[in-house]
Ligand binder design. Structure first.
Ligand code: SF4
Ligand code: SF4
Ligand code: FES
Length: 224
């Protein structure tokens, strides 16, 4: 049977190092299968999170050969197996143990987002009228599985640690975003985070606060 080497980061918040695990591989395996095999046969105490093994729970996020990916959706036949495959925890979040990180910051920043307040109903029976394009836009973001890979790859958080000032792409943070689109590239749900969420929000902010013509028109708009 064919073998491959998995170079897995072992350690905790205080520090750690990569450890090589050679293991047998077979057709159809994903990285999470290899990690489970290593857990079962060589490293019973190796910590990693997973739940669905179907790309739906968002818990198996890691960095595979330096790229943020869900371990259960990364097939071994997509990787060069003639050299060790590195698997390490997401770098933007505090390490707990081995492949697990503390992602609680993502839930805390969500609480900063203002609740949606709908406009008054469009019809007398208390209902609204929506264009299909607006429904499609919202549905796209509903696909998010909260894997936080977009947050992990965003350089504003990862390299500049702006955790206090910026809430990140997953929560539609726009302030420090300079549209590098790295978040869009890693999203396993193919959500066009930058094009369909962040850029339209930036445009709305510009229209609302910085458009001189818009400001002038507002002055003459009748108040209700
Ligand atoms: S496009 Fe913006 S939010 Fe996305 S990774 Fe780049 S800087 Fe971060
Ligand atoms: S937007 Fe995409 S990458 Fe970001 S948390 Fe949701 S599914 Fe993951
Ligand atoms: S185990 Fe659920 S997304 Fe990978």
């Amino acid at each position: 049977m064919k073998k491959a080497i998995f170079r897995i980061w072992r350690g905790d918040a205080k520090g750690g190092a990569f450890v090589d695990y050679p293991t047998e591989i077979s057709e159809g395996m994903v990285v999470l299968d290899a990690v489970h095999q290593i857990q079962a046969a060589q490293a019973n105490d190796l910590a990693c999170r997973w739940n669905c093994k179907a790309g739906k729970c968002g818990s198996c996020s890691a960095e595979i050969n330096g790229m943020p990916k869900p371990m259960c959706m990364t097939r071994l036949d997509q990787l060069a197996l003639d050299q060790p495959v590195t698997i390490e925890p997401m770098r933007a979040f505090p390490r707990i143990r081995d492949l697990t990180t503390d992602v609680s910051w993502n839930y805390r920043v969500k609480k900063k987002i203002k609740r949606f307040r709908p406009r008054p109903p469009d019809a007398a029976d208390g209902t609204w009228r929506m264009a299909q394009t607006d429904i499609d836009r919202v549905q796209e973001f509903r696909r998010c599985i909260e894997c936080f890979l977009c947050q992990d790859v965003c350089h504003v958080l990862r390299d500049h640690q702006k955790y206090e000032e910026f809430i990140g792409p997953q929560a539609d943070g726009i302030g420090y975003c300079n549209i590098t689109k790295c978040c869009t590239k890693v999203c396993p749900e193919n959500i066009k985070i930058t094009d369909n969420a962040i850029i339209p929000l930036k445009e709305r902010v510009v229209d609302e606060f910085y458009d001189p013509l818009g400001k002038l028109l507002k002055l003459f708009r009748p108040t209700t």
